[in-house]
Structure formats: C-alpha cells, structure tokens
Design a protein around this ligand. Structure first.
Ligand SMILES: O=C(O)[C@H](O)[C@@H](O)[C@H](O)[C@H](O)COP(=O)(O)O
Length: 267
C-alpha cells in the first residue's frame, strides 16, 4: 500500500497493488474503527452501500476478525438502498446479507434495512424516523456541529460518473440541506427508485471511506481527489468533505492511475 501526498484537504489516499491487498487493509481499517468506537461509546454504527464495496469487505468474515471484533455492538444501516423487495437481486440489503451479514454474528435487531413495502418517498421518511429514534438513544451518535446523525463509519463506493450512495451528478438531491434521508425515482443507474443519505449526513460522519477500483473510474477519481483547474465539473464524490470527521480513499492501482503523483508512486 502507498499513501499519496494530498495537500488539498481531500483526505487520506491509500493506493493498493491489487484487490487482495485492498481487502486486507479495508478489513483492518474497519476493525480498528469498530474497536475504538465500542471502547469510546459502546456501539459501532456503520452505514453500507451497494456495489463492489461489499465483496471487498470479505476478509472481515474470517480470522482474526471473527474473534477480535465485538460484533454484538454493531448496528448496520445503508447509506443508500434500491427500493425493491428485500429478496430481489438488486437489493443492497440482500447483497450485504448474502456476502457479509449472514456470515457474521450480528444481532438481527441491529440490522436496519428499509421497509420494502413502501414507496420510495415513504421508505425514505420512515428510514429517517428510525435513525432519529436511534440518535435519541445514542446508538447512533449525534454531530456536535450539525443537526445530523454522526455515523461511526459510512462506507461508500463511487460510480464512473462520480456518484456516491444514490447522489448522482446534477441531481437536485445534492442541494438537500434539511432531510437526513431522501429519495429519487430517476436514478441513471438502475433500478430507478432509491433512497439515499444526504450530503449533510455523509459529511457529519466520524469517518467516511470511499472504495474505488478499476480503470473505468480513473477519471472520476482524478476529478474527485486532485487539485482541479477552474471550470472542472464538481462530482458528487468531490462534495464529500467531512466537517470534523476523517475521509479515507481506498483505490486500486487502476482507479488511481490518473492521479497527480501516481506515476512517481508506481515506479
Ligand atoms: O446501490 C448502489 O448502486 C450504490 O450504493 C452505489 O453508490 C455504488 O456504491 C456505486 O455505484 C459503486 O458501485 P460499484 O463499486 O459496483 O461500481
């Protein structure tokens, strides 16, 4: 793994030779945050996304984490979810359940998925209500600087267009300032109906990790991380700027290949 110098407040940029190396370090990173959070406040509230990030978390299912992580303190949420039945192949809940949650001793009542019998709007409202209850009891921490929950970790993937969660380029949800969870019905990436955390919630997290792999995302990674000239498009991924939290990028060689300084690192 190499750390790329970043002097523009775009967080820590970790670059890996291959996916195995990335998965190993990602599991370590998550386990360390879990330990620190459980020690400090007794809970670990983590929000997942859909896509490849879930399979890249696979090492958490084996040694040493099966023994060292206090899974009973984990509370699982989704930073975004597709509004489909929970057993549908497009469901982010199903993806996480099949590849991760079913292999970990997480308390079933700590898994907070959306109500799949509602419309997108209703599901977003209800999901926000659920989070508000858990903020009240401090299972989810509360931000000291905004009227938002402070998740211990929000894990995101990024699309080739620079979207994160279900925040797509040029969509009005990028402007949302008041809601914690909102909905869209016109996602350019199918399926069209989704709920998503808003930017204020993502930027209130204690930790945000963005996991990006593959050459098809090299240009979006550059636009999300590097210093840019005037007139460059502002991708949703570039709008991740945790107010007090820490941002870490997990990139493989290919996704990092267009970053300034990458050629120096790859020699
Ligand atoms: O449900 C979703 O579609 C997402 O949460 C989305 O934001 C995803 O994380 C990215 O599109 C990256 O997906 P890949 O890593 O599979 O490209």
């Amino acid at each position: 793994m190499a750390l790329l110098e970043s002097n523009n407040n775009r967080g820590e940029v970790r670059i890996y030779e291959n996916l195995d190396e990335l998965s190993t370090d990602l599991a370590d990173y998550i386990a360390e945050l879990s330990e620190a959070s459980v020690k400090e406040r007794g809970f670990f509230a983590i929000a997942l996304s859909g896509g490849s990030v879930i399979s890249l978390m696979r090492n958490l299912c084996g040694a040493p984490y099966n023994k060292t992580v206090d899974w009973s303190k984990w509370y699982i949420f989704w930073a975004d979810e597709r509004v489909v039945a929970k057993n549908h192949v497009d469901s982010n809940y199903k993806l996480a359940k099949d590849h991760l949650l079913s292999k970990l001793p997480i308390v079933p009542s700590h898994v907070h998925s959306i109500n799949d019998s509602l419309t997108a709007e209703e599901a977003a409202n209800e999901y926000e209500f659920v989070i508000r209850q858990l903020v009240r009891t401090r299972v989810v921490n509360v931000s000291e600087v905004s009227d938002c929950p402070k998740f211990d970790l929000i894990l995101l993937g990024m699309g080739p267009d620079g979207h994160v969660a279900s925040l797509f380029p040029n969509h009005s949800v990028l402007e949302e300032k008041n809601e914690w969870v909102t909905f869209i019905t016109t996602s350019p990436k199918p399926p069209p109906e989704r709920i998503t955390f808003t930017l204020p919630v993502i930027n209130s997290a204690a930790n945000v990790a963005v996991v990006v792999t593959g050459g098809g995302k090299a240009e979006a990674s550059r636009l999300a991380i590097d210093d840019l000239g005037p007139g460059s498009p502002v991708l949703p991924a570039r709008m991740i700027e945790p107010t007090v939290g820490k941002l870490v990028w997990f990139l493989d060689n290919q996704a990092a290949s267009k970053l300034k300084g990458f050629s120096q690192f790859s020699k």
